[in-house]
Unconditional design. Structure first.
Length: 331
């Protein structure tokens, strides 16, 4: 739960690439992609912002408990009218003496029902644009904060997601993470972590599914020979392998750049886009190769597709990733 967090704060002190490879291994070895997704959201969208922007008190108070798994963290930024457009946030944080009072609501908060602490983004200066957003660490017991009913979802069923509501939620000024107006760059950095290391788990999922599907194609016989001997099947498997290895190389390059402190926004978006869309196609391919056996729920094959589809939506949609890539190309 604290892979890249220094040991002095309760983590393992791993670099970015090694962290991604661990997440990849988790995706390969754990068929419960929802569980891996929740763990990744906890680490990369909540723990890492505290590590990178928190003061000594915040790090001491939260990191050991979050890294040990004693506490669960959640990122709360999306709103009903502000998903991809984070600057359309309606949640406000108004300064009142030594406190801030927050009012608004957040939707699709991963780990929301189980979280002990929320990293909440709110507008502190409505006319300041990029510099008008600030971040706050708010514990679940804080008066004025409530968690709504968890959403029913088509996939990632073991990753609980729920709305949260803030009604006159008063927090001390010391609850702010980083400086006032620095919420946007903090969120952008957390998304780099999430798009690289969390989505590394899907590389592991694709590797596991490819291995299982190749085994099936070798053993399943139709018309007196293994179906893998049919070019329609073997070429589909070859394409699955191509997308897997291409995604992995893009991921490793993005993490390599991050470890060296180099600009990696385009490379991270390239990796996230490639991985998520390859994961969905992987789910479609394995279901098609398994035929009716893949369609019924008892085999678990169709779950691969249901768990992959959200990867093109969360942490920035595929369309947003293409926008980031285009922007980096000067368009």
């Amino acid at each position: 739960m604290g892979l890249p967090v220094p040991e002095r704060h309760g983590g393992l002190g791993l670099d970015t690439l090694t962290t991604a490879r661990v997440m990849e291994a988790l995706g390969r070895g754990c068929v419960d992609t929802g569980l891996v997704f929740s763990a990744g959201a906890h680490l990369f969208a909540c723990v890492m912002p505290i590590l990178e922007a928190g003061d000594d008190r915040q790090k001491t108070q939260y990191l050991p408990r979050l890294c040990s798994g004693e506490w669960v963290g959640a990122n709360a930024i999306s709103e009903p009218e502000a998903g991809s457009d984070v600057f359309a946030l309606k949640t406000r944080a108004v300064r009142d003496g030594d406190s801030y009072v927050l009012d608004g609501g957040k939707s699709y908060v991963t780990n929301g029902p189980d979280a002990d602490v929320f990293l909440v983004y709110a507008v502190t200066h409505p006319t300041s644009g990029y510099l008008g957003l600030s971040a706050f660490l708010i514990e679940k017991k804080t008066p004025g904060l409530s968690v709504g009913r968890p959403f029913e979802k088509m996939g990632l069923s073991t990753s609980p997601i729920a709305p949260i509501y803030l009604e006159g939620c008063r927090v001390p000024a010391s609850a702010m993470l980083g400086a006032e107006g620095q919420g946007a760059p903090l969120f952008k950095r957390s998304m780099q972590w999430e798009r690289a290391c969390l989505f590394a788990a899907y590389v592991g999922v694709m590797e596991r599914v490819l291995e299982q599907t190749v085994d099936f194609a070798r053993q399943r016989k139709q018309f007196k020979r293994a179906i893998g001997k049919n070019q329609a099947i073997s070429h589909r498997l070859a394409d699955m392998k191509l997308r897997l290895e291409s995604s992995r190389l893009l991921l490793y390059r993005a993490c390599w750049l991050m470890d060296r402190g180099q600009e990696a926004s385009m490379e991270v978006s390239l990796a996230k886009l490639a991985i998520s869309e390859a994961a969905v196609q992987c789910g479609l391919d394995t279901l098609q190769i398994h035929g009716g056996m893949g369609y019924v729920t008892e085999t678990g094959i169709e779950r691969v597709l249901r768990d992959a589809i959200p990867s093109t939506i969360f942490s920035g949609t595929s369309e947003i990733q293409r926008d980031i890539i285009a922007s980096n190309l000067g368009l």
